[in-house]
Design a protein around this ligand. Structure first.
Ligand code: SF4
Ligand code: SF4
Ligand code: SF4
Length: 314
């Protein structure tokens, strides 16, 4: 049986498409059973017909539709809706698609503020005008794909590991749902943990964490969170290392930034992390940029000083 696959990128950096290609030689195995009918990263298939004479966005029918990137403008929305019409199963591929990802950081600002920042700062030509001709209008925010269309399967990660993309395609060909690890990054992290009781404030990642020689095994480095760096491992889904298991960033001695999304499907990483820090007696006001992060979260109470009665016992 051959499964028809369509792939689209919306508000995307194309890293997720590169991850599809990074399945490497296994892609040849996938191509024996998966027929890519539409994938702009690899195939020249025009939205409005090959001669540009169509009047509506047209994507071929497919069994599986992979969508990377969130939805930020009207064109993204129309492409996503066409993918939903034409594909039996929609996979949100990558954290931009599953949660909005890095581009959704702009949701802390209005569209006018974003445009002003982009076109009207000291680094642009004054008085710069916002481009409007021939461009799809921006929506009021950057949306995860399932905020606009129904999504059947979620493959988070920035980008998702090629092992997971390969595993998902094989699972779908075999007629079963793909699965992801249900653990946290910390659960798969080999660093040394002694307890973070002595830690009260967080440090900015402006100096190297402490470890021995560059080739020293990870299981001899102290946990980065315990070294004072904001590592999102406790509240992030495991799996970014693929079959190698080791978390990718930690293996490079860099704190986890949480790109695999929450461990629980509807979890809130930021709130879970702030709660974890606060419950361990760490002053969350020491986090760089915390005020902007909480601007729309309704969690300003976390910025108030902790009263002596509410402080955790030493
Ligand atoms: S999830 Fe990451 S790699 Fe994928 S499109 Fe978004 S920013 Fe790029
Ligand atoms: S907090 Fe970070 S460094 Fe520490 S165990 Fe978890 S993932 Fe590893
Ligand atoms: S360590 Fe964290 S941020 Fe880095 S790739 Fe893994 S999940 Fe993503």
């Amino acid at each position: 049986m051959t499964v028809k696959v369509a792939s689209e990128w919306l508000n995307s950096c194309s890293g997720c498409e590169i991850s599809i290609l990074d399945t490497g030689e296994r892609l040849l195995d996938v191509l024996k059973v998966a027929d890519f009918v539409h994938i702009p990263a690899l195939m020249d298939h025009k939205y409005f017909g090959q001669l540009g004479d169509g009047r509506h966005i047209e994507i071929p029918e497919a069994d599986v539709g992979l969508i990377s990137g969130g939805i930020r403008n009207q064109e993204h929305l129309e492409v996503a809706e066409e993918m939903r019409r034409k594909c039996k199963v929609i996979i949100a591929l990558g954290t931009c698609a599953t949660h909005g990802g890095i581009p959704a950081l702009t949701n802390a600002y209005t569209t006018d503020e974003v445009l002003e920042r982009y076109y009207g700062t000291e680094t642009t030509d004054p008085p710069a005008a916002y481009p409007s001709q021939g461009l799809p209008p921006l929506l009021d925010a950057c949306y995860a794909v399932d905020e606009k269309i129904k999504v059947d399967i979620y493959l988070p990660g920035c980008p998702p590991h090629p092992d997971h993309i390969f595993g998902a395609l094989v699972a779908l060909v075999e007629g079963r749902p793909p699965t992801l690890p249900g653990k946290s990054v910390c659960d798969t992290c080999p660093t040394v943990r002694k307890g973070k009781g002595e830690l009260k404030t967080m440090r900015r990642f402006l100096q190297n964490p402490v470890y021995g020689a560059p080739d020293e095994p990870l299981d001899r480095m102290r946990c980065l969170l315990e070294q004072g760096y904001l590592c999102m491992g406790p509240v992030t889904r495991a799996g970014c290392g693929g079959e190698a298991i080791r978390p990718r960033c930690i293996a490079a001695r860099v704190p986890c930034r949480g790109c695999y999304g929450p461990v629980r499907p509807n979890g809130n990483q930021m709130m879970d992390m702030l709660n974890a820090l606060a419950s361990n007696g760490i002053d969350v006001r020491s986090l760089p940029g915390i005020k902007s992060l909480l601007r729309f979260s309704g969690a300003h109470h976390l910025l108030r000083p902790v009263s002596p009665e509410r402080r955790p016992h030493p």
